[in-house]
Design a protein around this ligand. Structure first.
Ligand code: CP3
Length: 350
């Protein structure tokens, strides 16, 4: 092939998902679902029985690559997301993390900020298995389907580290007011560790990155700016300073109207919207960023005609601009697989 052929390669040979993130409006939006890999699939539950525990599963490249690819075999999704968890970073920084069956995550005592700051470099090394998973998936995935790497956003990860479990986050939110320096210091360590972790994922083959800020709700505007928007902007800048131009999606779930300030300040190329986001707010955001979302996972689980109507409505209200079809939060474990396939077909025609 002549060099000029590669130089002049038309933009439309890019995966559809990456074209949308480059702010293109397409004949149909790309589609993937948050938490598409996992417990809604019987083959995942089968694979899961082979792992000692969930954390070891995430650190086993062979099994994690298989879990990443399982939904890609079943559904015509335009992107895969590496199988891992947002709580791997606290573990790599020296805090004990485990999952209580049927309950969720548990974390041991919060180590001192100093000890975690000392382990930032080592933390990326301890997460090298995730890079290996990414390499395997990228090698197995068709070129027209993109691979997404991810991390938890600092505030959301900090809430689990502070509370020791999933919770109402009252302790963590109180810390934002009562011990702001301590929270800011914890977030600074997480920003640093996250930049390195995501850079490693890009080096391994991740073509886009998502920051999961699952707990952006219930924060006053100034606090939101301090612990959500600014740390996201610091992560984006940290990656750009390393010469990494990979597109980044921020998902500040529950941000409400603050999502507009977020989109203006975080420096991300894509913004994930949650189930409450209005059609109008999404359309305003599309002028500057690509939006992603926002089908209600409960409606996906419920199915029926209401589901079809909502899919059509989302395509109608946002499909005229840069848009990635997704849920407003993750797939619920007992969602019927036929409903997922039905929505994927309705969006892609396949
Ligand atoms: O999206 C994907 O399919 C990729 C893999 C992925 C997982 N977790 C696998 C997982 C991703 C992107 C995550 C992100 C994650 N993890 C978030 C942010 C998104 C969100 O849902 O808000 C959060 C808050 C976590 C932390 C976490 N991990 C919790 C609270 C739990 C237990 C409850 C639950 O939702 O399952 C997990 C466990 C977990 N993470 C499982 C999977 C497949 C289930 C583990 C099992 O198989 O037993």
């Amino acid at each position: 092939m002549a060099l000029s052929d590669t130089l002049d390669a038309p933009a439309d040979t890019q995966p559809r998902f990456l074209r949308a993130l480059a702010h293109e409006t397409l004949d149909r939006p790309p589609i993937w679902f948050m938490r598409q890999a996992g417990r809604s699939l019987p083959e995942y539950r089968q694979l899961r029985t082979r792992a000692q525990d969930f954390i070891s599963f995430c650190h086993d490249p062979e099994m994690a690559a298989e879990a990443t690819l399982q939904p890609m075999r079943r559904f015509p999704f335009d992107a895969a997301i590496v199988f891992a968890d947002i709580l791997l970073i606290p573990g790599a920084l020296g805090q004990r993390v485990w999952f209580e069956a049927g309950e969720g995550p548990r974390l041991g005592e919060l180590p001192s900020i100093e000890s975690m700051a000392d382990q930032v470099e080592a933390s990326t090394e301890r997460l090298s298995a995730i890079g290996e998973t990414i390499k395997r998936v990228r090698a197995a995935l068709e070129p027209e389907r993109a691979l997404i790497g991810f991390a938890g956003a600092p505030w959301t990860v900090a809430t689990y580290m502070i509370e020791g479990r999933g919770s109402d986050r009252v302790r963590a939110r109180t810390m934002a007011f009562a011990e702001p320096e301590k929270l800011d210091a914890l977030i600074a360590v997480l920003v640093d560790a996250t930049v390195r972790y995501l850079a490693m994922q890009v080096k391994a083959g991740a073509q886009a990155l998502q920051l999961f800020e699952s707990w952006a709700e219930l924060l006053p505007e100034d606090v939101f700016e301090r612990i959500v928007t600014r740390p996201h902007a610091a992560i984006v800048k940290g990656l750009r300073d390393l010469g990494i131009e990979t597109p980044i999606i921020g998902f500040p779930r529950g941000a409400g109207s603050l999502v507009e300030e977020y989109a203006a300040g975080a420096g991300v190329q894509g913004v994930g919207l949650d189930v409450q986001a209005s059609a109008a707010i999404g359309r305003r955001l599309q002028k500057s960023v690509t939006i992603q979302g926002a089908l209600d996972p409960l409606l996906l689980r419920a199915g029926g005609e209401a589901l079809d109507r909502r899919v059509d409505q989302l395509l109608e209200q946002w499909g005229g601009g840069p848009y990635i079809f997704n849920l407003g939060h993750g797939v619920i474990p007992d969602t019927p697989i036929e409903h997922i396939a039905r929505v994927a077909h309705r969006v892609t025609g396949r």
